[in-house]
Design a protein around this ligand. Structure first.
Ligand code: ADP
Ligand code: MG
Length: 351
């Protein structure tokens, strides 16, 4: 086609690449909170403190007591596809929340990011804003890592326009923190709203649980989902063909008018998976009328090779090698527990 000028093909610069990636990884403030809290947990933190202002739009700060980042590694932590969590040879062998090495560079591309961290005797900090990285400087910090993200999306105003009210964004952040708190009952969490200034207002707090895995989970679920859920929840513990299901599922009498109290985790990772939600519904089908929704927190664990978590940058979706086995396990384990608790099909219950 003569007359049409052929545009040159150019390699995008790192800042542009990171802004594009950020579009997938960081949809809203709650996604930034998710990435930062997951990093804290991957660092072996026993305590994670989250502070946000204006629904996370002006400030998100995540402090942990994990293993920290060495001063010399700070620029690397902010580089794209740099990660300490996998070696790249086996993309299914994943035991951490993170592995893509995208969160920090993405956040640094769309906001003002400051990382302060201590590894060993020395603490250091680094700043990156709109993709422009500063130099590593000495800093003061007792332990762990503090990541502070200010003015999220200041560098991508189009994205800024899509954010909801501070209240709605805060709600989404709270949901993210609670889901991760359910996944890690032995870790203590706080969520603070700094919008009013000063020390802020604690909006969620869960101290580290004790006891065995089921005790700890039960305690944490009581904290997050409420004492009433915990009192009405049946313990689930079943396995088949390399898959193991644990958790708590509420008696049908504790059902809800919406699906808000359904929490599913695969290999410790909170997921929103149609297959699993469908299995949960299916398990209760004989016990609940169609307008009622079961409440449950279920943890499906398997060899990482049986499930692919690398379906989407935010990792909320997973793909099972054998979806039928996962579904079958959920349905049979829950039905068994419900039947054991003396709950016959609703159609046969009088009154
Ligand atoms: P990923 O989590 O996929 O590895 P990130 O961009 O989120 O990628 O983080 C990059 C690297 O920075 C991590 O692999 C880790 O080594 C380091 N890092 C990030 N946050 C923390 C933290 N809170 N504590 C210790 N190290 C961290
Ligand atoms: Mg990460």
């Amino acid at each position: 086609n003569i007359g049409v000028e052929r545009p040159a093909i150019r390699q995008l610069d790192e800042a542009a690449i990171n802004r594009i990636a950020a579009g997938e990884v960081v949809e809203r403030p709650a996604s930034a909170v998710k990435e930062l809290v997951e990093n804290a947990l991957d660092a072996g933190a026993r305590r994670v403190d989250v502070a946000v202002a204006a629904g996370g739009k002006t400030l998100i700060r995540v402090a942990d007591d994990g293993h920290g980042i060495a001063a010399a590694d700070l620029p690397l932590a902010l580089s794209r596809h740099a990660t300490s969590k996998i070696d790249g040879s086996d993309l299914l062998n994943i035991h951490s929340f993170g592995f893509r090495g995208e969160a920090l560079p993405s956040l640094g591309a769309v906001g003002r990011l400051k990382i302060t961290s201590r590894a060993g005797a020395e603490a250091a900090e680094i700043l990156v804003a709109g993709g422009q990285m500063g130099a590593v400087k000495p800093a003061a910090l007792n332990q762990g890592t503090v990541v502070e993200l200010r003015d999220l999306f200041f560098a991508t105003p189009a994205r800024l326009k899509f954010l909801r009210s501070d209240r709605a964004e805060m709600q989404a952040i709270s949901e993210v923190v609670k889901r991760l708190a359910m996944a890690e009952p032995f870790v203590s969490f706080t969520l603070r709203d700094m919008s009013g200034g000063g020390e802020g207002r604690v909006t969620f707090r869960a101290d580290a649980e004790t006891g065995d895995m089921f005790d700890a989970l039960h305690g944490r679920l009581a904290r997050v989902m409420g004492a009433e859920f915990a009192e009405n929840a049946l313990r689930i513990d079943a396995g088949r063909e390399g898959l193991h299901l644990t958790g708590y599922a509420a008696l049908p009498t504790y059902s809800r008018g919406s699906a808000v109290a359904q929490y599913l985790f695969v290999n410790g990772r909170p997921v929103r998976d149609k297959l699993l939600v469908g299995a949960l519904r299916g398990a209760y089908a004989d016990f609940l009328s169609r307008d009622r929704h079961p409440a449950a927190a279920l943890f499906l664990d398997c060899d990482p090779h049986l499930v692919d978590v690398n379906v989407h940058p935010a990792k909320a979706e997973v793909r099972f090698r054998e979806p039928g086995v996962a579904r079958g396990l959920i349905v049979s384990a829950l039905r068994h527990a419900l039947a054991g608790a003396g709950h016959r099909a609703s159609s046969t219950v009088a009154g």
